[in-house]
Design a protein around this ligand. Sequence first.
Ligand code: SF4
Length: 370
Amino acid sequence: MNSVSSTSEPDSRPSDFFALTAGEFRERVRSLGLPAYRGEQVLAWVYKRFVADFDEMSDLSKPDRSALGAAFRFRLPSVSRVSRSSDRLTTKLLLALDDGAAVEGVVMHHPRRRPTLCVSVQVGCAQGCLFCATGSMGLSRNMTAAEILAEIWLLRRHMIREDKVDAVPTLVFMGMGEPLDNEEGFFRALAMLNSQEGFGLGSRKITVSTVGGPDRIRRLAELGLQLQLAVSLHAATDSLRGRLVPGQKGVAVAELVDAARYYFQKTGREVTFEYVVIQRVNDSEEDATRLAGLLRGFPGKVNLIPFNPVSHNAMKPPEPEALARFRELLTRASIKVTIRHSQGRDINAACGQLAVRERQASTPQVMRYA
Ligand code: SF4
């Protein structure tokens, strides 16, 4: 007989720690007959000291450690590879999930800003953006909220233990996958990130990057969170956007901008429009003029991202003059513009370059985790 329990029996398997909110965890600890402060101690070990092993929680009695160990487990992905950029500001972690699926997360440091963690929410992606390596993989599956949170926890632990940086990071959901294609896992993860007993990462420190569509952006607005929204636009006409972002074919860019306006009205948060600039695809003066027309009077900004080369197509970054001219035309139309100089190109960790099947050209530096 195997050990699978019948549906009428209580589930005796250990609960996944990262699938529980702090409140749910404390409740379960109490139901084990342990004092309430035990739950608080464990939460402090996990989220303040980045220890995910009951045996290492030295202020817990041995019997309590074994009771907790029988009731909960920390399902952390294993770190298969760690790649560091030559300037040592960017580190990419290749993570193996429980079923062997692989995703990548990135830790980025900046001389004058908080560190940033770039987080994946899906194994692959169904949107198929032509300029994105993840898009060329197709979608394998969504990540659960617990997997997303365990990924963030590992990235943060890497930042603290390996990089020796103990600042509260900002999070950008710009890794593998489209967050709004995984509403269930992503929305639950967002709710849990806010908890002060847990990650303690306020919504204002979190940026969600999405291709849309309009209805889903409206639903995100309805959550009432103060998230920073970045809408991946990349083109000012429906036909060009439909080619560059095939998963959003048939969605009018004007409707997307309307949804972004709704987001701003609901949350008061300025929206950023991301625009990957690709040589002779969407970098002409005509493209810039159309974009200026589309966004005229919008209370937000445009973030121009010079295309980062990927191996699956022959697209090229814009010429510097074309990029400067593009920016100038937007600025003249009173649109705020920034240019994002992506970090970590040499380890394929820059925007649009994450794809676990690709091998780095550089020799990765492999680290061991306790
Ligand atoms: S850019 Fe984002 S939405 Fe588009 S394929 Fe890549 S991960 Fe998916």
